[in-house]
Design a protein around this ligand. Structure first.
Ligand code: ASP
Length: 346
């Protein structure tokens, strides 16, 4: 087993649930111990480059997000409400590449993408290339709940969010010096690569998308993902995060998944759906399916260092897998305690 995989078995009270076959939908209420798993992005996260203060701040933010989502689950709320609550906390933190801490496009703007999916109904909602919306995950949820569509983009999505009364912020709210410096560094690096190789390479080391997957007491799964995308992106580039089946997926019959990494590779491998498909058609466990996608399928298309994902099944078993040196991540389950991890070998 890869050391980046964390598997959690529910307590014995759930042994009965463990006997159920994938695809089974009839459950009695209250039969599930609730579980929440989150990520705050994968990438070149190295101990030697981390200060103790930053390490502590990231763990504190992850813990806050876990506690916010877990409270919803403990109070009997739905997995959808839990993933939304957890992702909102991460979007409000400048430490992650989503909402407030979103990276800059080549034009110095913040264009954000987000998606949600409900495992019981397989209803989904997404927004892409939106500006100014404080919590894009809330806009994605509104698309799912208030329209007959799955994805809205650009100005149309922004107008819809306004109509729905969502909170907006000006560009100063989304400005972080760190992300700005990252844009300048990336643009310099890109120039060097172009001079040397004459190609349009996309230098990209630090990712930072956020996501959550949850299991509620009714046995329903949900997934949410939110991102600022890639630093220096242009031409209205959209990554995997808001694309159902690529960066986000949930199906009660298999699992809920949220991905982070070089979006193009996740899109081309339909990564989130691939985890679900391996469980459905090959009866792989959630950990085995996640390992296969992260260490084989993604690697085939993009090499090591492309990213990672979190995935959770209806028994409360989950995987947090990455092929990068690190992935901000954490879970909270039966013991009610938030567990956080930054480096791959943790
Ligand atoms: N997957 C995101 C994208 O390609 C980036 C990330 O995870 O950091 O837009």
């Amino acid at each position: 087993m890869n050391i980046a995989t964390h598997t959690h078995w529910l307590p014995l009270t759930l042994a009965l649930a463990a006997l159920m076959v994938p695809g089974e939908t009839a459950r009695s209420a209250d039969s599930h111990a609730v579980t929440l798993v989150i990520h705050g992005g994968a990438g070149t996260i190295l101990r030697e480059q981390m200060t103790p203060e930053r390490d502590a701040a990231i763990r504190a933010a992850l813990t806050q997000a876990l506690n916010a989502g877990y409270k919803v689950l403990q109070d009997g709320g739905t997995s959808m409400d839990a993933v939304e609550a957890a992702v909102c906390v991460l979007e409000d933190s400048p430490l992650f590449n989503a909402g407030r801490g979103s990276v800059f496009t080549s034009e110095g703007k913040n264009e954000m993408d987000a998606a949600v999916m409900d495992g019981a109904s397989r209803k989904a909602g997404a927004v892409a290339s939106v500006q100014g919306i404080k919590n894009p995950v809330r806009a994605a949820r509104k698309v799912m709940d208030q329209t007959s569509h799955v994805m809205l983009v650009g100005d149309g999505a922004v107008n819809f969010a306004r109509e729905q009364g969502l909170q907006f912020e000006d560009s100063a709210y989304f400005f972080t010096q760190e992300r700005w410096d990252e844009l300048k560094r990336t643009q310099e690096k890109e120039k060097e690569i172009q001079k040397e190789y004459g190609s349009m390479a996309f230098p990209h080391t630090h990712l930072g998308t956020v996501g959550a997957v949850a299991l509620d007491k009714h046995g329903n799964l949900a997934a949410a993902t939110s991102t600022g995308g890639l630093t220096n992106k242009r031409w209205g580039r959209v990554g995997d995060s808001p694309l159902i089946g690529a960066g986000t997926y949930a199906d009660n019959a298999t699992c809920a998944v949220s991905c982070t990494g070089r979006g193009e590779v996740f899109i081309r491998s339909a990564a989130a759906h691939e985890v679900s498909a391996l469980m459905r058609y090959q009866q792989l466990s959630v950990e085995k399916a996640a390992q296969r996608v992260v260490h084989e399928e993604l690697v085939k298309l993009g090499g090591e260092g492309t990213g990672g994902l979190i995935a959770l099944d209806r028994r409360g078993r989950f995987a947090m897998e990455c092929n990068t040196p690190g992935m901000y991540r954490g879970y909270i389950a039966a013991d009610g305690k938030a567990h956080t991890f930054l480096y791959r070998d943790e």
